[in-house]
Design a protein around this ligand. Structure first.
Ligand code: NAP
Length: 260
């Protein structure tokens, strides 16, 4: 396999669109997600359309050590990963004392633990080789706390700070780390997070997964540190730093509340 992109969460949404982009550029692919059938369909499509090789590794990345197991399969097959895209992620909506700890634990394991372990394993190999590109899917949620989605927003703060620190550490080794920050996007995310009725999503004309993927891909190829999708999102993210914290908290809560 050559010019390999490993993409987590490739069975739908932004990850699926990123897989199509890499496929169209004749990069071979390693695709990870839980939905075996969706991955198989995508593998067949991309292999016949672009003449590339696709290896599917179905895996629940919310299980600790899952990333290590994926890494072992990849190494055992002698595959060198040139592009690592940590895209798999999930959210959950609700007042913290009412939400499910089980779901939140999954979220922490997926959004933080698996992403960090993948980056440690594949990123360290890239550093040794002196080349490679990593893109971690963060969010505009990374720039302010998120009442009604406390754990999700905090998990994306982690992704953001972690990615920016590694950008600085690894640039001298020829490895770039890009944090892609989408705002609300039309994918399966809102359903999984139980927030289809949230004002952030309901009745809104949202950017498509393919628009966000295109934007993120360009940023990763340029080796940019942070890529916030959408002019308005970018302004909001920057202004959140300077606005009074209590006002920001109220605003975020209002924006996210469900339509009654
Ligand atoms: P999506 O359509 O729900 O896709 C999520 C992907 O992650 C799916 O392929 C899913 O595959 C995979 N995934 C979920 N749980 C998993 C697990 N336990 N193990 C392995 N894979 C798992 O949502 P999306 O919007 O494209 O999400 C992609 C990224 O964008 C996430 O990190 C999300 O936080 C971020 N983001 C999304 C939005 C938005 O509004 N959509 C905004 C900002 C940031 P399986 O179900 O097959 O496992």
């Amino acid at each position: 396999m050559k010019n390999v992109a490993l993409i987590t969460g490739a069975s739908s949404g932004i990850g699926l669109e990123l897989a199509k982009i890499h496929g169209s550029q004749k990069n071979d692919l390693v695709l990870v997600a839980r939905s075996t059938n969706k991955l198989l369909k995508l593998k067949n499509e991309l292999e016949s359309q672009y003449g590339i090789q696709v290896l599917n590794i179905p895996k629940d990345l919310s299980i600790p050590e899952a990333a290590q197991e994926v890494y072992e399969v990849v190494i055992e097959k002698g595959i060198e990963v040139e592009y690592l895209i940590n895209n798999a992620g999930m959210g959950d909506f609700g007042l913290y004392h009412e939400t499910s700890w089980e779901k939140e634990e999954m979220m922490i394991n997926l959004n933080i633990l698996a992403l960090s372990q993948f980056t440690k394993l594949f990123g360290s190999d890239m550093v040794k080789r002196g080349h490679g590109k990593i893109m971690n899917i963060s969010s505009t949620a990374a720039f302010q706390p998120g009442p009604l989605m406390a754990v999700y927003y905090a998990s994306k703060h982690y992704v953001q700070a972690y990615s920016e620190a590694l950008y600085e550490e690894w640039k001298e080794f020829g490895v770039s780390v890009t944090a892609l920050c989408p705002g609300a996007t039309a994918t399966g995310f809102s359903e999984v997070a139980d927030m289809e009725d949230s004002k952030l999503f309901k009745g809104k004309k949202l950017p498509s997964a393919s628009e966000v993927a295109e934007y993120g891909h360009k940023a990763m190829m340029k080796g940019e540190m942070v890529a916030i999708h959408g002019a308005m999102n970018s302004i909001m993210a920057k202004s959140a730093k300077f606005a009074p914290k209590k006002m920001v908290l109220k605003m975020v809560r209002k924006i996210q509340e469900k339509d009654k």
